[in-house]
Design a protein. Structure first.
Length: 183
């Protein structure tokens, strides 16, 4: 019989440090700013510990972080899990041979890319970003990992904005989703 994983810390202290900025970057948008959470060393430690506790028994080979806030969280979590870190970047930012995935934005399209040697087929990957909104970037990043043969254990973020449909879109695409809080 396998042991149950330890319970996750209460996310309330983390949520309390997420600042809401109205009308940014445009009128009507409520921007969820994680900067105060990152500035507080105890909150930042709790954030990292929460992800590490969730995944410490999952045998994660690589943690992939999405440009740019996913780099902050993902690299520290990768270090704590003794896993490698994969940067998934906006198109044109990686210097080696890449694989690209196009996705739709509210007003147009964009692309993300990954180095073709970032992960081995069959390796277990955790994909992290700060927030799931419409899910376009996260689905594209998860698709890149899958195209390289990785097993995407879970897509994870601090914040979910479920009204924008991103977490549902990820689940519909076959990816498991974990977030610490929803707004």
């Amino acid at each position: 019989m396998s042991a149950l994983p330890p319970p996750l810390p209460d996310p309330a202290p983390l949520v309390a440090r997420i600042r809401t900025i109205p009308d940014w970057p445009k009128p009507g948008v409520l921007f969820r700013d994680i900067t105060p959470l990152l500035l507080d060393p105890q909150a930042f430690r709790l954030l990292v510990d929460t992800f590490v506790i969730r995944y410490m028994h999952e045998k994660i080979d690589r943690v992939a972080g999405i440009d740019a806030r996913g780099f902050i969280i993902g690299s520290v979590v990768a270090h704590q899990l003794n896993a490698g870190f994969i940067p998934i970047r906006k198109a044109g930012k990686l210097p080696f041979t890449t694989l690209r995935e196009r996705y739709t934005l509210e007003y147009g399209e964009a692309e993300v890319e990954i180095h073709t040697d970032a992960i081995e087929p069959g390796a277990r990957a955790l994909l992290i970003d700060d927030l799931i909104a419409t899910g376009g970037t996260m689905v594209a990043a998860a698709n890149l990992l899958t195209r390289l043969g990785a097993n995407v254990v879970e897509t994870a973020a601090i914040i979910d904005l479920p009204a924008l449909g991103g977490s549902a879109r990820l689940r519909e695409a076959g990816f498991s989703v974990f977030t610490l809080c929803s707004f």
